[in-house]
Design a binder for this molecule. Structure first.
Ligand code: PNS
Length: 161
């Protein structure tokens, strides 16, 4: 069974992430979307909230599972018997960081391959940080994130004041 891991912060998940998930799910038997529980960064959404949002937006994709993890991505991949890491590539600006990360992961485990998937051109400028930036200035984020995430974002800023 071909199993891949798509790791990320997903704070929040964007339509670009969802496009990568949809495309990647077609390439493998099982795709595990892995949300990093990073204690050193203060996220907007808790890891539980991000997992729930991703579960909701991928519920129509039967071979996609959403999990959280902490520690190294390669260790998580190994723990679920996967040797493929999926990463989205939006363009040259992503490339050097992603290439460095892929080579680091390979140096940690030579059996694990990183596959780069690019989202549809309409999503290429989307990012979680841009969404948060727009949100903080009341900019329109409608087309950038799934409905569930959009609602959660507005709820979050309301409760934060
Ligand atoms: O969505 P992001 O923030 O670009 O995802 C980055 C992520 C989570 C894939 C990366 O930070 C990661 O793999 N972190 C886990 C720690 C790790 O394995 N580091 C080694 C690779 S540099």
């Amino acid at each position: 069974m071909r199993k891949a891991v798509y790791p990320g912060s997903f704070d929040p998940a964007t339509n670009g992430h969802l496009d990568i998930i949809t495309r990647s799910a077609k390439l493998v038997d099982k795709l595990v979307v892995a949300v990093l529980d990073n204690t050193s960064k203060v996220p907007l959404f808790s890891v539980e909230e991000r997992v729930e949002q991703l579960k909701e937006i991928t519920k129509h994709l039967p071979n996609v599972e959403v999990m959280s993890f902490s520690g190294l991505t390669v260790d998580f991949a190994k723990s679920i018997n996967s040797n493929i890491i999926i990463r989205g590539l939006r363009g040259v600006t992503d490339f050097s960081y992603e290439f460095q990360m892929a080579l680091t992961n390979r140096s940690l485990d030579n059996e694990i391959e990183t596959l780069f998937v690019s989202a549809d051109t309409q999503y290429l400028f989307f990012s979680s940080s841009i969404v948060k930036e727009l949100l903080s200035f009341d900019g329109n984020i409608k087309n950038m994130v799934p409905k569930v995430v959009e609602e959660a974002l507005y709820k979050k800023i309301k409760t934060r004041g």
